[in-house]
Ligand binder design. Sequence first.
Ligand SMILES: [Zn+2]
Length: 467
Amino acid sequence: MNSIANPDLSRRQFLGASALAAGGLSPAFAYGAASAGNLRLATFRYEVTPPMGHSLCGGWIKPVVGVDDPLEAIGYVLLGSGEPIVVCVVDWTGLLNSAHIEWRKALAEAANTTIDRVTVHCVHQHNAPFACLDAEDIILKQGDLPHIVEKDFFKRCLDAGRSAVQTALKQTSPVTHVAHGEARVSKVAGNRRIIGLNGSVLSQRGSSSRRPAHHRYPEGLIDPMLKTVAFYNGTKKLAACHYYACHPMSYYGDGRVSADFCGLARRQRQEQEPDCTHLYFNGCGGNIGAGKYNDGSKEMRPVLTRRILDGIVASEENLQPQPIESVRWETHDILPPVDERFDEDAIMQQVSDHNQPVRNRNRPSYTVAWIRRVNRKVPITLSSLHINNASMLHLPSESFIEYQLRAQATAPDRFVACAAYGDGGPWYIPTADAYPQGGYAVSVAWCDPAVDQILSGGIKELLTRIG
Ligand SMILES: [Zn+2]
């Protein structure tokens, strides 16, 4: 049944056809009259809490000794605009390389779609798995290193994902309207890189800090806005996707699994509105953390949770549902080169050096995983979901905040919401300007500075193809 009043179908059909002829774009984005009333949404969630003893954050912090609150994967399947579109967000530190591809494949199979129409993101909590199957293979060969991710647990998560999607698809709802809103979040985000007089990073302001100088120093470049895009069936809100850029840790390293303040805020909102599925995406938070306002004490976790929840609620106050008139899914593949600082043989020698601490052996295995992936020419897929004048951008890894701000500036007439922490293979993605400044993020950025142009170009491509 067509529930959208639409006097202008023939014109839109014509525009769709001409765009195809002009741009040679995938027909999958086309959303014409035939499907105007056939959009449907299925939401799903499944638990991905690691078992006792499982490694956290790659194995160099304390493994699981208990669970303060569970980790979840939450998502939706959008049907009726070409092959199904799947969007999923996971309470893990990261999903990298083959792990990210396997996760998408499992959801794609369950939704009967192709992997290029599935995007998966992490919230990036650190008392959580940091899953790279390729790095796991590298450290397994060493015989004496803690796991990066246990493969049987990972497989159970894929199975849980498949069955959650299959179950969800038995209960879909029509989607007729979309809305967006935003609100300023108070006293959470601050830029992590404090630049000194010589133009390089003087100090890294982490997720928490007890140094008064870190609290005094200004927030610096951040995106203070929490953005929301929500899907409706008439006036009934079905799903609300929230986007805010900040490392999400209040404290970590104690072996106690938690979705931490961003995940907890999402869960509180979920409890307030049990009939709407709430999703929380971390934006381009690579150089953003809570250390300006957070001293890492236990008392601060609920305080930060409240600040994010207030942002979510305020953002949703602005929601004004509009009939859905267009839906487009776009993708753009990139394969940024490895930085020449990283040499596989030299890194493997370090991984094999039994005198080195775990951090200095497990962490470089992620570098090698990225080098081998680039050699195999397996690209990262950027994607965007454009609905009316809202664009949801799906970006990789620990991208710096500048990418999100540039995306918004590139499309000033659109509402641009960014989810980063997709495929985590490259670790940090600084801007080209940030490389000579040094600092922690640059030291663990596996890509050459050319990644700036490549990623910026990809974002521009996704935003300008809309026409
Ligand atoms: Zn990080």
